[in-house]
Design a protein around this ligand. Structure first.
Ligand code: F6P
Length: 358
C-alpha cells in the first residue's frame, strides 16, 4: 500500500514527531507499506517533487523541530490559478496522486492547508489530516500540535523580559504570534505573569491600558509587562471599516507592527520609557515540548488507524483529552477564536490581569 505525506503552511515544533507517530503505527499495521514524502507542502504534490521514505527516516526525529519534508505556504485562493505552464494546480495534484496510485494523502497543516485538504477530498482524493499550528486556531480540536511548544518559547521570552524590565524600571511590550487569534498570547501572558494582555478578540481601550499602567506606578511597581497579540486591535480601529482602516494606515505614521504603535502611544500618554520585544519566528523554532511529543504521537497513531479502517475525509482532533476525528468539511474555513466570556479570561482578570476593556 502506498500513501503520500506532506507538511504544509508555517512550520512548528512537532511536525516531525507527528509524522513519526503516523509512520511508526502504519509500518506496524502494513507489511507492504510505502510512504511517499512530498517536498515543501502542496508544491511537492503539484510539481511531483517527492521521494520514497524509509522507516529509518522516521527514527530519531521525535525531538527535532522543523519538518524533514520542508514546507511552503499555498494560499487557497491561488490554487485554481493556472501555473506558468497553464496547468490547473488542483488538476496537477490529482494527477500526481493518481499517477503514484496513492491509497491516501496524509496532510499535516493549519487553516489554509485544511481548506486545501477539504478541496482535494471534494475532488475525490482520500485524505487524512492532522491539526498543526502554533496558533491553536483550528476549528474542531481543543488543541493543535505546536501550540504548547510555542507557549513555552513565548513564556520564556516574557520571563527574560521580566528581569531586565525590573532592573530598568521600564514598560515592556512583548508581541506574541497567533495570527488573528489570541490563544498563544493568553496562555503565554498568564504563564509569564504579564500585567496586561491584549488579544484580537477583545479590542482594547488605550485609556484603560494607560490607567492600568498608572495604577501600577502608584502602587510603587517599577515596571510593567504587556503581552500583546500580533493581531491585537484598539477599540477605535475595530470600529472602522476595512477601507477606513486602510486609509488611516496610509495617512498616519507607519509602524512595523501593532506593538510598536501601542508602545509609541503609551510613551506619549504616560511619559514612561517603553521597549518593544518581538520574539517572532523563534516561537515556531526549536524542539517540541513533552506535551507536544505526547500529543503528536497520539494524533499520529490515531491517523494511522483511520487509514487502516479506510475512514477518509477526517482531521484527527482532541476532544477532552481524547483523540477523535472531525469531518474535514466542518474544519475548513472556520477559525477557533478565544471567547471573551470564557472562564480563563475571567480567572485571569480575578488575579489582576488587565485586558484593556474595563
Ligand atoms: O500560523 C503560524 C504563524 O506563525 C502565525 O502565528 C504568524 O502570523 C504567521 O505564521 C507568520 O507567517 P510567516 O511564516 O509566513 O511569516
Amino acid at each position: 500500500m502506498r500513501i503520500g505525506m506532506l507538511t504544509s503552511g508555517g512550520d512548528c515544533q512537532s511536525l516531525n514527531a507527528t509524522m513519526r507517530g503516523v509512520a511508526k503505527s502504519l509500518y506496524k499495521m502494513f507489511d507492504d507499506l510505502e510512504i511517499i514524502g512530498f517536498e515543501d507542502g502542496y508544491k511537492g504534490l503539484i510539481y511531483a517533487d517527492y521521494h520514497v521514505m524509509k522507516p529509518s527516516d522516521f527514527s530519531g526525529i521525535l525531538t527535532e523541530g522543523g519538518t524533514i519534508l520542508g514546507t511552503s505556504r499555498q494560499p487557497f485562493k491561488l490554487m485554481r490559478v493556472p501555473d506558468d505552464n497553464g496547468l490547473d494546480k488542483v488538476e496537477a495534484m490529482k494527477h500526481t496522486y493518481k499517477k503514484l496510485k496513492l491509497e491516501c494523502l496524509v496532510v499535516l497543516g493549519g487553516n489554509g492547508s485544511q481548506k486545501t485538504a477539504n478541496l482535494l477530498r471534494e475532488e475525490g482524493l482520500n485524505i487524512v489530516s492532522l491539526p498543526k499550528t502554533i496558533d491553536n486556531d483550528l476549528w474542531g480540536t481543543d488543541m493543535t500540535f505546536g501550540f504548547q511548544s510555542a507557549v513555552n518559547v513565548a513564556t520564556n521570552a516574557i520571563d527574560c523580559i521580566h528581569t531586565t524590565a525590573a532592573s530598568h524600571g521600564r514598560v515592556f511590550i512583548v508581541e506574541v504570534m497567533g495570527h488573528k487569534v489570541g490563544w498563544l498570547t493568553l496562555h503565554a501572558g498568564i504563564a509569564g505573569g504579564a500585567d496586561i494582555i491584549l488579544l484580537p478578540e477583545i479590542p482594547y481601550d488605550i485609556n484603560v491600558v494607560v490607567d492600568a499602567l498608572r495604577e501600577r506606578s502608584r502602587q510603587g511597581k517599577r515596571f510593567s509587562i504587556l503581552a500583546v497579540a500580533e493581531g491585537a486591535i484598539s477599540k477605535e480601529d475595530a470600529s472602522l471599516t476595512k477601507k477606513e482602516l486602510k486609509e488611516k494606515k496610509k495617512t498616519g505614521v507607519v509602524y512595523p507592527s501593532v506593538a510598536y504603535e501601542l508602545g509609541a502611544r503609551i510613551e506619549e500618554m504616560t511619559g514612561q520609557e517603553v521597549r518593544v520585544t518581538v520574539p517572532g519566528h523563534m516561537q515556531r523554532g526549536g524542539e517540541p515540548c513533552p506535551y507536544d511529543r505526547v500529543l503528536s504521537t497520539r494524533l499520529g497513531a490515531e491517523a494511522a488507524l483511520l487509514i487502516k479502517n479506510k475512514e477518509y475525509g477526517y482531521m484527527v482532533s482532541v476532544d477532552n483529552n481524547d483523540i477523535t476525528k472531525v469531518p474535514l468539511e466542518e474544519v475548513a474555513g472556520k477559525l477557533k477564536t478565544v471567547d471573551p466570556s470564557c472562564s480563563m479570561i475571567r480567572e485571569a482578570k480575578m488575579v489582576g490581569i488587565c485586558f484593556g476593556d474595563e
